[in-house]
Write a protein that binds this ligand. Structure first.
Ligand SMILES: Nc1nc2c(ncn2[C@@H]2O[C@H](COP(=O)(O)O[C@H]3[C@@H](O)[C@H](n4cnc5c(=O)[nH]c(N)nc54)O[C@@H]3COP(=O)(O)O)[C@@H](O)[C@H]2O)c(=O)[nH]1
Length: 948
């Protein structure tokens, strides 16, 4: 180290090393910059910069060495071999070229170290070559340690320099790298010079130190610096060229950008323009030019394009925006090239510049379709709102995730609330629904939300604001589901169905209740009975039904009128209801038929006791208007399960018991007994037989004579039906006529009798009249006169030979209609006789209402003549009545001569009875008619007695 210090301070002149260091640093810095250029370029340009860098570095290293050598003074004369000296320059340049070439392509530590080693060794070789060209009077002796230290130090610092360069990213890194390399070169030189000692050789010539060292060194430095300056200039020129190129590229990019911008604005659906404050457009896109014309760019033109209605307000608004330098926005109509006004959205944005001026970028978007669609939407929205308000449905749309809903105003009005008074939320619906309907509604809803039903439909009650419950029909549908299928949106309507429900309720009530008494009707009664019987069968216990029939209802109804009858039925209904405990049912089955369901009876006697209570209640006088009416009732009882476990059987058996009770007289209670079923079965058999009889020839007519005893003349016959039953024998009419009445078989039966009687009478040798009984049911046929006429025509019997016998019941049922039918019959020439006179309710009134041809005194009065004085009075009175009304009177049931005499004495001209002849088959009539002269048998006897 000491040797190096000596070498540095004693053997080198003071200016040499600083000058060499300066040259070295500058050349290294230049070389490294040129290397950067070479790295930045490619191909030949890169190679050029690399050669420049290598030359700069090599010349710099060589100049450093050579300047330092010129400052080296070992105390002997020193000269230089020019060829070797120049060769050392070549070594320096080549070494640098090799190292920098390696470094250019290399990256990372390995490349830097390799290039550094190469450069360090190159510097050492260059130094050694240069030393070979130094001529001194002696020889150089090398200290190997110092020589090796020189090489190592040079290599190490060269490596450090190039490593620093490879990591350098800033100018400061380049300076560090150049500095390290310079220090390395200098250190190598100094250490290498310290390692050499001149061993004087006395034989050698002392070379004259003829070189002007300082001038030469300065010259070398100047040349080197000039080279470096040239390199730097080349570098600057290159920089300028590159800047130029960058500027050119930027200009090209700018032009491209502008073109892109134009293409972009041309592609926009809006009109776009740019104008300075004076409003003259300096740029306008294609759409703008198409709208305003290519040459139109003044603001006046744009303002003129406004619709007259909007021009002035828009111009004022624009001036305001311009003054305040803020964005102007407007939706306005602009006149298009065709002259039509179209809606545009105009936005003009200020763009302030650094020089204080402002440019305005304007856009105008044609929103005509949008505005018109918006307007149409608004109108249709208003219509919808109107429709919703006017309609009867309340609409809602519910977000199921939040429960929040949109509801139409109508919905709130339906509930009596003002819109917004309650939250539009699913929980509001839950809070308002009737507790009894909630479970069903929620179950229906859950099923629909789960996708089990296509629609949610539910009728339920909602509480109105006034607290009343209203019936609503909710119809809704899920219209949105998430990815997992969960319902998200639910829309629907509420329809107020309260009126309908009320009507349905009324209809249901009417369908199940009797209109007159409001008691349950037959349907509801049977339904309740069926339910109760089901319980009895399932759970045990017992119940009873009481069938009740008013005893004198018909008399009240016929005598006092239908209004009185109605009032009576209503009073009875009230009394029945009042007597029943809760749970029992009183029903009106029709007419004057009532039924009571006693839901629980411990013993049949309990049912009987209940029936007696009801009898007493119904039997109390009823006030109707100013009259007091008393009716009784008959009650039939059937108890379940003893008398039957189904409603059909039970009702039938209670009915049978009632039938029996009625047959036994008024105010009677009868419980069902199994024997009654046998009677019913018998009745059924009889009915079936009668049907068969009608179809076959089992029915025959017998004829009973009617006579005028005073002159001993036969005047006619009454036709009386008989049933020649195959097993029962001859069945009298009393055994089957009531059944025929009940079953309706009386109609074909009556028609058979009429036809048969007319046919028979038409065959008679004498033109006697034939009397035929017509039942009330036959009289209900509106076309009865036409039917009778058809039979008369068919049988060819003169109408004046036919006498129709009717009872009072025929007239009383429907007097107006009956009288009309009677008049039409009479108009045909048919005679009308009132049968069973005196047994009815208002015989006199009936006689006054219709001019009968004949009155038949009932045989119950005739048979009591001589036994009951009142019977004689009645007969006398009837005969008097006939005389005063000029109506013929026939006494029937005359069996004795005493009766005949009494009747004859009282002026009765016509008679009928066993005394004159019993009803006989038709084949015997001819003989009787012959007997008008000599007769035998009962008629003959009777007539004979009458004549005597
Ligand atoms: N609608 C129809 N009713 C008919 C018809 N045929 C009969 N009847 C009615 O049946 C009732 C019973 O009739 P019948 O058993 O035939 O009895 C009649 C006579 O036999 C009976 N009579 C006549 N004279 C006497 C007598 O001296 N003593 C006595 N014990 N009985 C006598 O009276 C019946 C006739 O009565 P009436 O019709 O009132 O003149 C009876 O009500 C018949 O009307 C039919 O075809 N259609």
């Amino acid at each position: 180290m000491y040797r190096a210090f000596v070498c540095l301070t004693a053997e080198h002149t003071a200016w040499a090393l600083p000058l060499a260091m300066l040259v070295c640093w500058l050349s290294c810095h230049t070389a490294l910059r040129l290397l950067e250029q070479a790295r930045a370029e490619s191909g030949g340009r890169s190679a050029g910069w690399l050669v420049g860098a290598a030359f700069s570095a090599g010349a710099g290293i060589w100049s450093t060495h050579f300047i330092a050598m010129l400052g080296y003074d070992p105390g002997l004369g020193v000269s230089y071999d020019p060829a070797i000296t120049l060769a050392s320059l070549a070594v320096g340049v080549i070494s640098a070229l090799a190292a920098l070439t390696l470094l250019r392509g290399a990256r990372g530590t390995g490349g830097g170290v390799a290039a550094g080693l190469l450069l360090g060794l190159g510097i050492a070789v260059m130094h050694a070559t240069g030393m070979q060209g130094v001529r001194v009077p002696g020889t150089f002796a090398w200290d190997p340690v110092l020589a090796a230290a020189a090489v190592a130090t040079g290599c190490a610092l060269a490596c450090g320099s190039l490593l620093a360069l490879s990591r350098a990213e800033t100018g400061r890194g380049l300076i560090l790298s150049a500095t390290l390399l310079s220090v390395g070169i200098a250190a190598l030189h100094v250490l290498a010079m310290a390692a050499v000692r001149v061993v004087p050789d006395p034989r050698a010539d002392l070379a004259a130190d003829s070189l002007p060292r300082a001038a030469l060194a300065a010259g070398i430095a100047a040349v080197t610096l000039a080279v470096l300056a040239c390199s730097a200039l080349a570098l600057v020129a290159d920089r300028l060229r590159r800047m130029n190129r960058v500027l050119s590229e930027q200009r090209t990019a700018l032009i491209a950008g502008e073109e892109r911008m134009r293409a972009l604005t041309d592609a926009l659906p809006q009109m776009v323009w740019v104008a300075p404050d004076d409003g003259h457009a300096v740029y306008a896109n294609r759409r703008f030019q198409a709208f305003f014309g290519a040459g139109s760019s003044s603001r006046t033109q744009r303002i003129d394009a406004h619709h007259p209605d909007e021009r002035a307000p828009n111009a004022a608004a624009w001036r305001q925006a311009q003054e305040e330098r803020r964005t102007f926005e407007a939706e306005t109509r602009w006149r298009d090239p065709s002259g039509a006004y179209r809606w545009h959205r105009i936005v003009i944005v200020p763009v302030p510049h650094a020089d204080g001026t402002v440019e305005w970028i304007g856009t105008a978007h044609d929103i005509d379709d949008i505005v018109r669609a918006r307007e149409a939407l608004r109108v249709s929205g208003e219509r919808l709102a109107l429709a919703l308000d006017a309609g009867s449905d309340g609409l809602w749309d519910c977000d199921l995730a939040t429960g929040e809903a949109w509801t139409s105003d109508r919905l709130w009005h339906l509930l009596g609330y003002a819109p917004g008074e309650l939250p539009a939320h699913a929980r509001t619906w839950r809070a308002l629904i009737h507790p009894d309907d909630r479970e069903r509604a929620v179950a229906t809803l859950v099923a629909h939300l789960a996708g089990a039903t296509p629609m949610f439909e539910c009728e339920h009650r909602l509480r109105r604001k006034d607290g009343a419950w209203g019936w609503f029909l909710t119809r809704a549908k899920v219209v949105g589901r998430d990815a997992e299928g969960r319902a998200t949106r639910f829309v629907g309507t509420h329809i107020d169905i309260s009126v309908r429900k009320e009507a349905e309720g009324r209809i249901a009530h009417m369908a199940a209740h009797d209109a007159l008494t409001d008691l349950p009707n037959r349907t509801l009664f049977r339904e309740r009975l069926r339910r109760r019987l089901h319980e009895v069968v399932r759970d045990g216990g017992s119940c009873a039904i009481l069938c009740l029939d008013l005893d004198r209802f018909k008399e009240v109804n016929d005598g006092l009128g239908h209004l009185a009858g109605d009032a009576l039925l209503q009073a009875v209904a009230r009394r029945l209801s009042a007597e029943l405990p809760a749970g029992d049912t009183a029903a009106r089955l029709g007419g004057d038929e009532f039924a009571v369901l006693v839901v629980s009876v411990a013993h049949p006697d309990e049912a009987r006791a209940r029936a007696q209570t009801l009898l007493r209640a119904v039997g109390r006088p009823v006030r109707i208007g100013d009259q007091s009416v008393e009716v009784g009732a008959s009650i039939g009882i059937a108890v379940a399960p003893a008398d039957g476990a189904d409603e059909e059987t039970l009702l039938r058996r209670a009915d049978l018991a009632l039938y029996k009770a009625k047959a036994e007289g008024r105010n009677t209670v009868r419980a069902f007994e199994p024997a009654m079923d046998a009677a019913l079965a018998e009745r059924r058999r009889l009915e079936a037989d009668l049907r068969r009889a009608l179809a076959g020839d089992e029915l025959v007519l017998h004829y009973q004579p009617q006579v005028r005893p005073a002159c001993g003349r036969l005047v006619g016959f009454e036709a009386l039906v008989r049933w020649r039953h195959p097993s029962r024998g001859l069945v009298p009419p009393n055994a089957f006529i009531p059944l025929a009445e009940e079953t309706g078989l009386i109609l074909p039966l009556g028609e058979f009798v009429l036809r048969e009687a007319c046919r028979e009478a038409a065959r008679w040798t004498l033109p006697l009249k034939v009397a035929v009984n017509l039942s009330p049911r036959q009289f209900q046929q509106a076309d009865l006169p036409e039917r009778v006429l058809a039979i008369l025509t068919e049988t060819d019997l003169s109408p004046d030979r036919l006498e129709i016998e009717i009872t009072e019941t025929v007239i009383i049922n429907d007097m107006a209609r009956a009288l009309s039918v009677l008049r039409r019959l009479k108009a045909l020439g048919i005679r009308i006789a009132m049968d069973d006179f005196g047994t009815g309710y208002s015989s006199l009134a009936t006689l006054q209402a219709f001019p009968f041809d004949k009155i038949k005194i009932d045989r119950s009065f005739v048979s009591q003549l001589g036994e009951r004085p009142s019977a004689a009075e009645i007969v006398r009175a009837v005969l008097g009545l006939g005389r005063s009304l000029r109506i013929g009177v026939v006494a029937e049931g005359v069996e004795t001569d005493g009766q005949r005499r009494f009747l004859a004495d009282e002026g009765c001209e016509e008679m009928q009875g066993y005394l004159f002849g019993k009803p006989q088959p038709a084949e015997r009539l001819a003989a009787m008619m012959d007997g008008e002269r000599p007769a035998t048998g009962a008629v003959t006897e009777g007539l004979r007695a009458a004549a005597s």
